[in-house]
Write a protein that binds this ligand. Sequence first.
Ligand code: GAR
Length: 201
Amino acid sequence: KIRIAILASGTGSNAEALMKKAQSLNSVEVTFVLSDKVGAGVLEKALNLSVRHFVVTKQSDRREHEQRVLNLLREYRIDWVFLAGYMRLLSLEFLQTFNGWHGGNSQVVNIHPSLLPAYPGVDSIRRAFEDGVEESGVTLHLVDEGMDTGPQLMQSRLPLEAGESLADWSVRFHKLEHQTYTQFLELVALGQIPTSPFEET
Ligand code: GAR
């Protein structure tokens, strides 16, 4: 099986969608969920789905923190890291070490609720809403050391409907994120990840 680790800091709705989808597929598994936050909702979701889960809290030294995460990724022979609301940046050193185990191929992906490069960072849905945009969307991308940067793999648009509230739009956002991420997981499971989007343009 292709072995996936999900890194998440918060509620974990994306992680939950991925864990459920993986449990319906033969060729992939979510080997573990890792959170940097004690008590994060994602941990309970993993528990409920009988998925192994770890907490690696913030260390005074970022390298020390990343080393602990890398140790788990190596111990469990993880093939892909899926970030799902993981609110920490990964260093170039971390990415080079992990990707180096996979022949240098970038194997860390992230989902983000905007049409990147617009609205990186936190509160992207609300900021787009408050700017009065007509549409935003969801981006799945390979992770580099920047914040929500890196080569894009998939993008789905989400228009704001007339009179739609931020709350309603957010619900549709999260559904679209879950669809996009699970679709990507299926492609990984089928070995159908196209290689061309992986090239930096
Ligand atoms: C998701 O909307 C995800 O795209 C976003 O955090 C949320 C986590 O929700 N990530 C970022 O903003 C990354 N910059 P979840 O815990 O319910 O999956």
